[in-house]
Ligand binder design. Structure first.
Ligand SMILES: [Mn+2]
Length: 414
């Protein structure tokens, strides 16, 4: 990835005399002397490509250009023996493209910020921290605290959150980002096929999950989010992630899961019969959801919003559901379909988004209509990952089977 180009683009969008700050984050405390696994702040990662905790990226835009600096922890020989060394200037420079001379230590940061503020004091500098609202609500977030500290020391300093600029940039994916997404989707498919090959009635959902996880571990990929393995009735609970029930013969298994490649998240839902063969009723419902999935993919055009796509999926169901005996006795589509048709996808599963945003080339999102019929113990969701290309939806997850005949043939052949 060309991280330098991204930072240039960021600089182009900042007004002169802006001081931009991004922080890579820290793993939260878990228990004893343990931390939760570290997740790099995605805005920081997007700009630098570095996956390390406790780093600060600073960009100063002046009248005719910009300067940038990266602040790292000093080398600690004792820590290095216990948990390995922190990233060194040379490696950080190679990954990010930030000049090695501009890679400094965190204990120099305060002075550096002070020197920018003093040097350009006459210019009305504005501080542009890149902070998501979830971070602002975390009292111990470093960047939140730093912004407060600077406001105390420099009361006239104007502060504008720069996360909106990063949102706009991250919404449009380049070819390399699409490649990462496809890598995650491909591994997700391999993992699903291994799991399906071993699926049988009487097995616990947790065992099916273990078969899926095997491939991700082997390929050294993370999960985009906590996997959902819901069989029968469990498939009708939207965010069921207990994954600990025995899968009964004659039920469907709904899975919603994904592998992430360098944080780029696949997000795939598929629904298959536990014993490999749909009942007549299951197939009827499955085919309705599949028709909706295909209709929305076909319908999507540049300029539409995700809400437009969602409303179209509701309209589709309004026509289709009465034909399969649903929506009787005052029930409506919303009784069987209570989530929206999709969301943006990228460095986060529910990626950054802008309300009312008109989709355009390079946007990546999900199309995931479902139907959840509690009284019948049938839950179906079919979710694909889409990129807009030449104004139309291209299915990134086309390799993952969803045709019911193909699914039955796969199970019969095992
Ligand atoms: Mn999704």
């Amino acid at each position: 990835m060309n991280y330098t180009r991204r930072r240039e683009k960021l600089a182009e969008r900042l007004e002169p005399y802006s001081l931009f700050l991004a922080y890579s984050g820290k793993a939260p405390y878990r228990i004893g002397d343990e931390l939760y696994p570290f997740e790099t702040n995605r805005d920081f990662y997007y700009l630098t490509g570095i996956k390390e905790p406790n780093l600060v990226y600073l960009l100063f835009k002046d009248a005719d250009g910009y300067e940038e600096e990266l602040f790292t922890e000093r080398f600690d020989p004792v820590m290095a023996k216990w948990v390995g060394g922190k990233i060194q200037a040379k490696e950080a420079s190679e990954i990010s493209g930030i000049d090695g001379e501009s890679i400094l230590y965190l204990d120099q940061l305060e002075d550096e910020i002070g020197s920018y503020l003093n040097r350009y004091a006459a210019k009305n500098i504005s501080l542009k921290p890149c902070l998501r609202k979830e971070e602002v609500s975390q009292e111990d977030d470093w960047l939140t605290k730093e912004v407060r500290r600077l406001q105390r020391h420099y009361p006239s300093l104007k502060v504008y959150n720069a996360s909106g600029i990063l949102t706009e940039m991250r919404l449009v994916k380049d070819a390399e980002e699409i490649k990462e997404l496809k890598r995650g989707i491909h591994v997700t498919n391999e993992a699903l096929k291994l799991m399906w090959s071993n699926l049988k009635p009487g097995m616990n959902e947790s065992e099916a999950e273990a078969w899926f996880d095997f491939t991700l571990k082997k390929e050294r990929m993370g999960h985009s989010f906590e996997s959902i393995f819901g069989s029968g009735q469990n498939g009708t609970t939207l965010h069921y992630s207990e994954n600990n029930c025995v899968m009964k013969d004659g039920t469907l298994l709904l899975t919603d899961l994904g592998a992430s490649s360098n944080y780029y998240c696949a997000d795939i839902s598929r629904t298959v019969p536990v014993n490999g063969k749909f009942t007549k009723r299951q197939r009827e419902i499955y085919e309705t959801v599949l028709a909706c999935n295909r209709h929305i993919i076909d319908y999507a055009r540049n300029g539409m919003t995700l809400r437009d796509l969602h409303l179209e999926s509701v309209k589709f169901y309004e026509k289709a559901l009465p034909k399969i005996g649903l929506c009787k006795k005052g029930k409506t589509v919303h009784d069987y379909y209570f989530h929206s048709v999709g969301h943006m996808l990228g460095l986060e599963t529910h990626d950054v988004a802008i309300p009312g945003y008109a989709i355009r080339n390079g946007n990546v999102f999900t199309v995931e209509p479902g139907l959840y019929i509690e009284e019948e113990g049938i839950g179906v969701r079919i979710e694909d990952n889409i990129v807009m290309k030449n104004g139309r939806a291209e299915v990134l997850s086309a390799e993952i089977m969803k045709d019911p005949d193909e699914i039955e043939a796969f199970f019969a052949k095992r």
